[in-house]
Design a protein around this ligand. Structure first.
Ligand code: SF4
Ligand code: SF4
Length: 461
């Protein structure tokens, strides 16, 4: 009996490794495919030679068998506490004027510039330095490509045009709705419109920005958004495009997802207003009124990771978020915890691979009442401007970002509750995919000539 179990267990491990190799070939992960195949062969040889060549008795076969089964049990069976994201009392709202994407738009000589740096002189030097770098998607960035960069820029222009449609008066004829039915209807509609996951949050007023920092509304005016709920959704970013980070395909993918998200939120907000309830879409790039990651966390879409943004249990860090705030009566979801805080404490892969050093490698800190890893946004944006793309290397290397396939979902199941699974998965991910990834750093020579061409063109026109 023991020998039969022994043979089945060895076979199951080998088959798993072969399946992993097949999936790795599909994911174009050559190193992982080779390692899995070699491991499967070595395991088969060692495991079965104990039974065939060496003819071990049952009591000797029981030792590796017990060890292997114990490992499986410890990997999957939940034990220990899951540490959810720790959110204490948040007393102050964030001012959108302080957000790095607002700050980079304050041009020297403008009223905004003078006003802002009188309020925040500590940011003047670093922001001036960032503004001196080539603008994102403009000539001078390492990966700048006149055709591709222009096409991505164009998508962002289209998104910006949608900001005029984010709000409007609700219909005077209010339709009475059942909370349960409309919640289910709204979720179905969001998915139908192209989102990949959706949740509802009770809107925490502390996640609403205090003052307008970007977009068509008057800069610096206080933001009044007292809506009760937020409908939050995520869009999965294409795996193979994210794998090309930090080159332009990842930026192209971000832009395409933001465009899809903008369409979803604008059309959903219009629909809700036509039911007679106020609703505002929060569209990328220029006029968010709310901080999306904590609202998405409240809506049960994922957890905040070391990476600085939301990690979805289904798609990892490969997501873009969108939201609509409203007074339509909805049933809110609850935040979820699936082991991200514990796993991130051990993993650190995003921090190790971040080329700008923007992601902290140490323990989380309390930031305005939230226990998190604070991202150095200035370093991150500086790198974006140098490369001319939105980088995404952290998203690419995150072990949660693997595609939702059979093998990766098995690992995700273990990561939910088991500290053993956390440790083994960090080792396994490094072993199969490498701790530090290599990426094409482009050619600065090419970029210098691009800058020169651009300047020549500007001076002749
Ligand atoms: S996007 Fe790039 S530079 Fe920014 S935090 Fe991620 S890896 Fe670092
Ligand atoms: S790479 Fe690792 S540490 Fe960074 S967010 Fe992903 S799981 Fe957390």
């Amino acid at each position: 009996m023991i020998s039969l179990f022994y043979l089945i267990t060895g076979g199951a491990f080998s088959v798993f490794l072969i399946v992993l190799a097949i999936y790795s070939i599909g994911e174009k992960k050559t190193r992982a495919a080779i390692i899995s195949l070699i491991s499967s062969t070595v395991l088969c040889f060692i495991w079965y030679s104990g039974y065939t060549l060496l003819s071990f008795p049952d009591y000797l076969l029981a030792i590796p068998l017990t060890f292997a089964l114990l490992l499986v049990v410890l990997f999957f069976v939940p034990f220990g506490d899951v540490h959810p994201l720790s959110i204490g009392e948040v007393k102050k709202r964030v001012d959108e004027r302080d957000v790095i994407f607002s700050r980079e738009e304050y041009l020297p000589g403008t009223e905004q510039y003078e006003h802002y740096y009188r309020l925040r002189p500590e940011f003047r030097e670093i922001d001036n330095h960032i503004r001196d770098l080539p603008e994102l998607l403009e000539p001078g960035g390492r990966y700048y490509d006149p055709v591709k960069s222009t096409s991505i820029d164009h998508i962002f222009d289209v998104i910006e045009n949608l900001t005029s449609q984010v709000d409007g008066p609700a219909s005077s004829k209010r339709i009475n709705v059942s909370q349960t039915e409309i919640t289910s209807e709204i979720k179905k509609l969001v998915l139908l419109l192209g989102a990949d996951d959706v949740g509802i949050a009770k809107l925490n007023p502390m996640w609403v920005y205090s003052h307008v920092g970007r977009g068509p509304e008057q800069w610096g005016t206080p933001i009044e958004n007292n809506h009760k709920y937020a409908i939050v959704f995520c869009i999965e970013m294409n795996y193979s495009r994210v794998e090309k980070a930090p080159k332009l395909p990842v930026t192209e993918e971000s832009a395409a997802c933001y465009l899809r998200g903008s369409h979803i939120s604008v059309s959903l907000a219009q629909y809700i207003r036509s039911l007679g309830y106020p609703a505002r879409a929060h569209v990328s790039g220029s006029n968010y009124q709310i901080m999306l990651p904590p609202v998405a966390y409240d809506a049960g879409l994922g957890e905040l990771g070391r990476i600085g943004y939301l990690i979805s249990p289904k798609f990892g860090a490969r997501i873009r978020l969108g939201a609509i705030t409203t007074d339509l009566p909805l049933i809110p979801d609850k935040p979820i915890a699936f082991g991200v805080q514990d796993f991130c404490a051990k993993c650190r892969k995003c921090a190790i691979n971040c080329p700008s050093g923007a992601i902290p490698k140490g323990a989380p800190e309390s930031v305005r009442g939230v226990e998190k890893w604070p991202l150095n946004v200035e370093k991150c944006l500086q790198f974006w401007r140098q490369t001319g793309s939105d980088c995404g290397l952290c998203m690419r290397v995150c072990p949660y970002s693997h595609p939702s396939t059979f093998v990766h979902n098995i690992v995700r199941a273990g990561l939910k509750r088991s500290p053993i699974a956390h440790t083994l998965s960090v080792w396994g991910d490094d072993f199969l995919y490498g701790r530090k990834i290599k990426y094409d750093r482009g050619s600065s020579k090419k970029n210098n000539s691009v800058i020169k061409r651009h300047r020549d063109h500007e001076s002749s026109s």
